[in-house]
Structures are given as structure tokens and as C-alpha cells.
Design a binder for this molecule. Structure first.
Ligand code: IPM
Ligand code: MG
Length: 386
């Protein structure tokens, strides 16, 4: 019996390279904890669009709805006009699978360099809960007199009570379950955007009454950008809308060491969720075996957690932390000291070493005690899964 059927969309640019490493690690973690799954790969992205004109066939979308999770590499192609693939694939999946939460952990691991002076892993460990189906992303608006001198372009932010409430409620629940600082900060703009953020603010305060154990706070989005740089230790969980969430999570990615390590989950807690490295397709590094696959591997960790296999997720996170602390020279493409596939092999080795049964532990811990030596090749997952 398979526990999970996982859709894989390698996508564009470096997507396929990092997905390959993510799948190697998934196989290793699954072997270690006895998790059975199968994968179905979908050829979706810029190349397919350029070859056939198809962006995301309805039939594929229907198939995705029947899966347990989706693992996505990257969407975005230099030869395709901006918006075609982003809206046609990424946003369409988020919307039609009603993945109303975009969960983005910002966690600095030991050994990873942050651009923030005098801040370390004890200061940088928070999570952004981004609303993922509404706001400015809803696509409301249009042109009037397009191309004419008095052209008008309107782009409206759609905020529903239900949409804000389910996102805020998720954030409170998540904050409680995470049990770290028990503090939830609403990130908005109540001083200018007085309709949308009035609704969010009222909803936030009403929902807060159900969570007396969670301390609440509010900050305007511009101030959040300032505090994320100056005092990141103030944050535990931040909840915000789609657009602000998009912006502050790129800042968050930099704070945690760069796009090479930042992962996110597009969650439908009642349905099918999709996990991705948040860095994009990085065309300049494509095919060079230089891109950092840790973000994709961290996405696999989040996927395992969402699939109810926190045991497997934790093995993956421990392995990432070990590699960050001892083996990787930097998080940046081409400067890691290892190639893309070597980083994947290393994480696989670490997952298998910490995932062994107690009676095998003696030999494994001896191997581990030898430290980050040459990459093991003997610890390949038992069978390569397709
Ligand atoms: C992200 C990305 C996407 C977004 C783009 C690629 C459409 O920036 O996942 O943050 O804006 O949501
Ligand atoms: Mg973004």
C-alpha cells in the first residue's frame, strides 16, 4: 500500500536539477522511516509552452487534484513573456487547488552566513504565513483604452472575510503548535490601505479572542522590513496578505542565507499542497551543476511533514543542518564547495546515517564521527524511484 502519490513538476531552468536532488533525498528519508510513496512526473513549463503552446492542460490540473502532494522545481523562462507561466501555471495551481496558505520558514542554520551584522541562528527563526489566493494576486482589474495616450490600468486587491479569517486562524493554530515564542504579528498597512487592512485587522482581533495563549502584535509592512533587518529576533510567526507576503519573504530568504536555502509550502490543509524552493528558475546557472539544491531539499522536508511524516522531515532537516554546519562553504550557486549533485549525495548520506536502526547505529556513528570526509557512494537509496 502506497501512503502517498506525489506529483513532480521539475519545470524550468534549474528546476529539474534541484528536483532530482530533492527526490534522491526523499527516497533516502522514505527508506529510513518506512514511508511508501510513488511519484508521477508532469512535463509543464516554458519549454513545453514554447514547443506546443500548452501552459497547463486542464487534464493535468484535474490529475493534480487527486494527488497527495506536489513537488515543484521552478517556473519562469527567459523566452516567455512575464506572467504567462507564472499566472498560467504557478498561480493557477495555487488558486484552483485552493492552496490558501503560503508557509515560508525563515530559519538561519549554524554555519550559514547572514548579511545581518551580529545576528546568528538564535536570532533568526520565524515563519511567514502568507495568504495565497486573494489580494492583488486575484487578477481583478483591467485596461481601459490600452495603448492610447489616456490609457488606464486598474489592479484591485480582493480581500474576503472568509479568506482573511481562514489564513489568520491557520496562523494562530500554527503559532500554537510551533510553541516557540507564542507570538503572532499581523503585517499590514492600516494607515493607508484603510479598507483591506481594516477588514484584516478586525478579523485578526476577533480571531485572537479564541487564542488567549498567543501574544498578538501589529506592524506596518514597511516597518516589518525594517525590523526584519534590525531585530529579527522579535518575530515568531508573521501573518500577512499575498502581496506583502511575496515581498517580505524574499527579504526573509536573504536574512536566512539566500535563495539557495529558502523553501515554501503552498498549503491547502484540507486538500492537496505544493512544495517548492522559492528561488525561481535561475536560467544563468541552468545545466551547470552549480545551483544549491538545499532549498528544494528543504521543500521535501516540509512535504514530508505535511504528509504526516514528521519523522522523515526531521531526518532531512538534521541532515541539512549537519551539511550547513560542516560541509558547505556558502549557500550561493557555484560557491558551495560542492556541486549540485554532490550536495544531494551528501544529504542522502547523512539522512541514511541518522536514520539507521539502533542495532546498526554503532557502525554508522563511527562513520559520522569521521566527519565530513569524501562523499559516500555506498549509501545510495535501495532502489531509485522514478
Ligand atoms: C513567489 C514568486 C511568485 C509569486 C511568482 C513567481 C509568481 O515570487 O512564489 O514568491 O509572486 O508568488
Ligand atoms: Mg516571491
Amino acid at each position: 500500500m502506497k501512503e502517498a502519490k506525489i506529483g513532480v513538476i521539475p519545470g524550468d531552468g534549474t528546476g529539474p536539477e534541484v528536483v532530482r536532488e530533492g527526490l534522491k533525498v526523499l527516497a533516502a528519508a522514505a527508506d529510513s522511516v518506512g514511508f511508501k510513496y510513488e511519484t508521477v512526473e508532469y512535463d509543464i513549463g516554458g519549454d513545453r509552452y514554447l514547443a506546443t503552446g500548452e501552459v497547463l492542460p486542464d487534464s493535468v490540473l484535474e490529475e493534480l487534484k487527486a494527488l497527495d502532494a506536489v513537488f515543484l522545481g521552478a517556473i519562469g523562462h527567459p523566452d516567455v513573456a512575464p506572467g504567462v507561466l507564472e499566472k498560467g501555471i504557478l498561480l493557477r495551481i495555487r488558486f484552483e487547488l485552493d492552496q490558501y496558505i503560503n508557509l515560508r520558514p525563515v530559519k538561519l542554520y549554524e554555519g550559514v552566513e547572514t548579511p545581518l551584522a551580529n545576528k546568528g541562528p538564535e536570532d533568526i527563526d520565524f515563519v511567514v504565513v502568507r495568504e495565497n489566493t486573494e489580494g492583488l494576486y486575484a487578477g481583478a482589474g483591467g485596461f481601459l483604452k490600452k495603448g492610447m495616450p489616456d490609457e488606464v490600468a486598474i489592479q484591485e486587491s480582493i480581500n474576503t472575510r472568509r479568506g482573511a479569517e481562514r489564513c489568520i486562524r491557520f496562523a494562530f493554530e500554527y503559532c500554537r503548535a510551533r510553541d516557540k515564542g507564542r507570538k503572532l504579528t499581523l503585517c499590514g498597512k492600516t494607515n493607508v490601505l484603510t479598507f483591506a487592512w481594516d477588514l484584516w485587522d478586525r478579523t485578526f482581533n476577533e480571531v485572537a479572542r479564541d487564542y488567549p495563549d498567543i501574544q498578538t502584535d501589529y506592524a506596518h509592512v514597511d516597518a516589518i522590513c525594517m525590523w526584519m533587518v534590525k531585530n529579527p529576533e522579535w518575530f515568531d510567526v508573521i501573518v500577512t496578505d499575498n502581496m506583502f507576503g511575496d515581498i517580505i519573504t524574499d527579504l526573509g530568504a536573504m536574512v536566512q542565507g539566500g535563495m539557495g536555502i529558502a523553501a515554501g509550502g503552498n498549503l491547502n490543509p484540507e486538500g492537496v499542497s505544493m512544495f517548492e524552493p522559492i528561488g525561481g528558475s535561475a536560467p544563468k546557472y541552468t545545466g551547470k551543476n552549480m545551483i544549491n539544491p538545499l532549498a528544494a531539499i528543504a521543500a521535501v522536508q516540509m512535504m514530508l511533514e505535511q504528509l504526516g511524516r514528521a519523522d522523515g522531515g526531521s531526518l532531512v532537516e538534521q541532515a541539512i543542518m549537519r551539511a550547513c554546519a560542516h560541509d558547505l562553504e556558502s549557500m550561493n550557486a557555484g560557491r558551495m564547495g560542492l556541486s549540485t549533485s554532490e550536495v544531494g549525495d551528501l544529504i542522502v548520506r547523512y539522512v541514511l546515517e541518522s536514520g539507521v536502526q539502533p542495532d546498526e547505529k554503532h557502525t554508522a556513528s563511527k562513520a559520522a564521527a569521521n566527519g565530513p570526509g569524501p562523499l559516500a557512494t555506498e549509501h545510495k537509496p535501495e532502489k531509485e524511484r522514478s
